[in-house]
Design a protein around this ligand. Structure first.
Ligand SMILES: [Zn+2]
Length: 151
C-alpha cells in the first residue's frame, strides 16, 4: 500500500486508542493486514535508489493531509502525539523492508520475508502494477481513514 494510506490508517489507530503500546502494536499489525489487499506499487524489486523520490512524495502527501486534519481539529496534545505515533509505526514495516533490501541490514530478513509473504500478488504480477485499478483499495482505505479522523 501507499505510505500515505499506511500513515492515515495508523493515525486512526492513534486517535482511537490511548495506550501507546497498543497503538504501536496495532499500527504495525494493521500495516501487514492492509498490505494483503490488492494494491499497485510504484517501486519494484529492480528499483534503484534514485527512484526513491517517489517515496518522499508519497510520505509528504500523507503527512500534508494529516497535518491539515490535525490543524483544523481540536485534538488534545496527547491525542496529537498518539496520532503521530500511530502514523510513524504504521509506516515502520516498510522502513524495515527498505533497510534490509537496500542497505543490507541482514538481521531484518525475517521481517522482510513476512512483509513479502502478506503480499498476495507476487512481484511483477498484474496485481502489483501501478495503475488506477490497483489504486482502488488505497483510495477507499484512505478516504475511510480521513472520514474517521474527521469524525
Ligand atoms: Zn508494506
Amino acid at each position: 500500500m501507499l505510505l500515505s494510506t499506511h500513515a492515515l490508517t495508523g493515525a486512526v489507530v492513534g486517535k482511537t486508542f490511548n495506550n501507546v503500546w497498543i497503538i504501536i502494536i496495532l499500527s504495525i499489525v494493521l500495516h501487514y493486514i492492509i498490505d494483503a489487499f490488492r494494491h499497485g506499487e510504484y517501486l519494484n524489486r529492480n528499483s534503484k535508489l534514485n527512484e526513491f523520490w517517489k517515496v518522499a512524495v508519497d510520505i509528504i502527501i500523507g503527512l500534508a493531509i494529516l497535518g491539515i486534519i490535525i490543524y483544523f481539529s481540536d485534538l488534545s496534545q496527547i491525542k496529537t502525539r498518539n496520532v503521530l505515533i500511530g502514523t510513524f509505526f504504521s509506516m515502520f514495516p516498510d522502513l524495515l523492508t527498505f533497510l534490509y533490501w537496500k542497505l543490507n541490514f541482514n538481521f531484518l530478513k525475517k521481517s522482510f520475508d513476512l512483509h513479502a509473504w502478506v503480499h498476495r500478488y507476487p512481484p511483477f504480477s498484474k496485481g502489483r502494477d501501478w495503475n488506477l485499478k490497483n489504486a482502488a483499495n488505497d483510495i477507499i482505505l484512505s478516504l475511510i481513514a480521513i472520514a474517521l479522523l474527521l469524525l
